[in-house]
Write a protein of this length. Structure first.
Length: 133
């Protein structure tokens, strides 16, 4: 990753590179002292709420059209804030988010087997009991 990162993308940038970038940004500003797990979780929740606020009073089609047409640049900004705080939390707690995500997906695969969950929005506890079938 070079420059401000605009020449990079998901296909070429690793999660570790993003974590290193977030860490460097924090360290250049001497913010590690503020990056405790509690405050990072609070910041993450606030940014997620700001992302949610952009969805308020819009139906799905309207929201998707605005995002795809570039009429809602704040959506990417708020998503980036959420990711930044999540990566900051991972850096602080030394969590490998790739391993964590893959482990959670394995758990979800057990909770939501394709034969029960495909096309069904029921929670896994309802799926297992056959409630939403």
């Amino acid at each position: 990753m070079t420059g401000n990162g605009t020449d990079a993308g998901d296909a070429v940038t690793t999660v570790q590179e993003l974590k290193d970038r977030v860490r460097a940004f924090r360290d250049e500003r001497d913010w590690e002292q503020f990056h405790n797990p509690k405050d990072l979780c609070i910041a993450l929740a606030i940014e997620a709420a700001e992302l949610l606020e952009l969805c308020r009073f819009k139906d799905t089609e309207e929201l998707e059209a605005q995002i795809k047409n570039g009429e809602l640049p704040e959506f990417e900004h708020e998503m980036s804030d959420v990711l930044s705080y999540l990566l900051s939390l991972a850096v602080r707690l030394d969590i490998d988010v790739t391993k964590a995500l893959l482990a959670k997906m394995a758990i979800n695969a057990e909770h939501y087997p394709v034969e029960l969950a495909k096309g069904c929005k029921a929670k896994y506890t309802e799926l297992q009991s056959g409630a939403e079938r």
